[in-house]
Design a protein around this ligand. Structure first.
Ligand SMILES: [Zn+2]
Length: 113
């Protein structure tokens, strides 16, 4: 089973995130890019990222007080995540792991998971 990173705020650089995330190591760079891109948007003062998770291979980002720009950005990152191995960041696809859960893995990692 791939390693899940939970609520380790040292890995994520953002003032927007409350401490609720659980994703594989391979997606950490995506989340950091996401927060960098967020900073370029016009955000409401009360904007918050409530939670970031992976579910059945899908990147789930829950926000509070967002807007259309934020929603569009989330869609872009969902797409990127759907092509990125959650374990090692290489190009990946939706796979069924041995414990029958759906997740995004590259060819190499899919042999190990
Ligand atoms: Zn991989």
């Amino acid at each position: 089973m791939f390693k899940i990173i939970k609520n380790n705020k040292d890995l994520i650089e953002s003032d927007f995130l409350s401490l609720d995330f659980s994703i594989g190591e391979g997606w950490i760079f995506l989340i950091n890019d996401f927060f960098k891109d967020l900073k370029t948007l016009n955000l409401s003062e009360n904007f918050k990222v409530k939670s970031i998770k992976e579910k059945y291979g899908d990147l789930i980002i829950l926000t509070k007080n967002d807007n259309e720009e934020v929603k569009d950005l989330i869609q872009i990152y969902k797409k990127k995540a759907s092509e990125t191995c959650i374990e090692c960041s290489k190009k990946g696809n939706l796979n069924i792991s041995k414990n029958k859960t759906l997740t995004i893995l590259c060819e190499e990692c899919s042999k190990l998971n």
